[in-house]
Design a protein around this ligand. Structure first.
Ligand code: NAD
Length: 259
């Protein structure tokens, strides 16, 4: 059954590319008004939504900066009238192109700080102001973005693993603190997902990576699609998951459970 988000106000971070962009388009297609936020101009996502007859507004924002995150969340709530749903998807990690893979002994402090800044601090800053807005309203649903990489720790990913484990901890803490305030907080934890910049770069940087992962690391023997992840995000955001909070839902072909 298709999701119906008509009349809902949805904020998506990391909305210029990959999973965030796919989620923004899906929420809009299901009738939601969307605030699309990204450090890169999310204008392309907003135009695609408008071309399909939907409603969206763009925010250029570095989630690693508390002031920018606050302005973005408050601006989104102002533009859309309130905030029913927030999908905190912005994230970075080593992909062999933008940030090198490195063992802990060779990881550079600047890369470490950047990943912690976006993935962990950024999630906290967005969450903080989304919760303030949703507490005022008395309702809301938030989905953070973890990763199988925050549960099974692949060598070379340095700060990525602890930041994504931290996102799960933040999710449970926020869920507990807000369970009686009408606000649910969950996380989606993708495994390797086709079509994202992150995975395109990883595959280009290491030719054998895809086959090795399919053969030895992912029990189902295949990568996921952005649609697989968005489906979980929409369920966690909708009333269909009304009794679910503090959950981290892996969408990874069984990778987190491999022997
Ligand atoms: P992506 O690189 O295509 O998209 C990430 C988006 O986040 C980009 O548009 C980027 O500009 C934005 N972003 C980066 N830094 C930002 C900042 N400081 N402020 C605001 N926006 C910022 O990759 P993706 O795979 O779609 O990533 C989405 C999320 O999914 C990330 O949190 C990532 O860690 C997670 N994830 C992805 C995979 C995968 O296989 N692609 C697996 C597990 C988890």
């Amino acid at each position: 059954m298709a999701y119906d988000f008509r009349g809902k106000a949805v904020l998506v971070t990391g909305a210029a590319s990959g999973i965030g962009r796919a989620a923004a388009l899906s929420f809009a297609k299901a009738g939601a008004g969307v605030a699309a936020a990204d450090i890169s101009d999310p204008g392309g996502t907003v135009e695609a939504i408008a071309a399909a007859g939907g409603t969206a507004v763009a925010f250029v924002c570095d989630v690693a900066d508390e002031g920018q995150a606050r302005e973005m969340v408050e601006g989104a709530a102002r533009s859309l009238g309130r905030l029913d749903i927030a999908f905190n998807c912005a994230g970075i990690g080593p992909d062999g192109a933008r940030i090198p893979y490195a063992p802990l002994t060779e990881a550079r402090a600047e890369d470490w700080h950047r990943i912690v800044g976006v993935n962990l601090n950024g999630c906290f800053f967005c969450l903080k102001y989304e919760l303030i807005q949703m507490q005022r309203q008395g309702f809301g649903a938030i989905v953070n973005t973890g990763s199988t990489g925050g549960y099974r720790f692949a060598p070379g990913f340095h700060a990525y693993a602890p930041t994504k484990a931290g996102v799960v901890a933040l999710t449970e803490l926020a869920a507990n603190e807000n369970a009686r305030a009408g606000i649910r907080v969950n996380a989606v934890c993708p495994g390797p997902t086709y079509g994202t910049q992150l995975m395109n770069n990883s595959i280009s940087a290491d030719e054998g990576l895809e086959q090795r992962m399919k053969d030895a690391v992912i029990p189902m023997g295949k990568f996921g699609s952005m649609e697989d992840v968005v489906e979980a995000v929409m369920w966690l955001s909708s009333d269909r998951s009304g009794h679910t909070t503090g959950q981290s839902l892996f969408v990874d072909g069984g990778m987190h459970a491999r022997p």
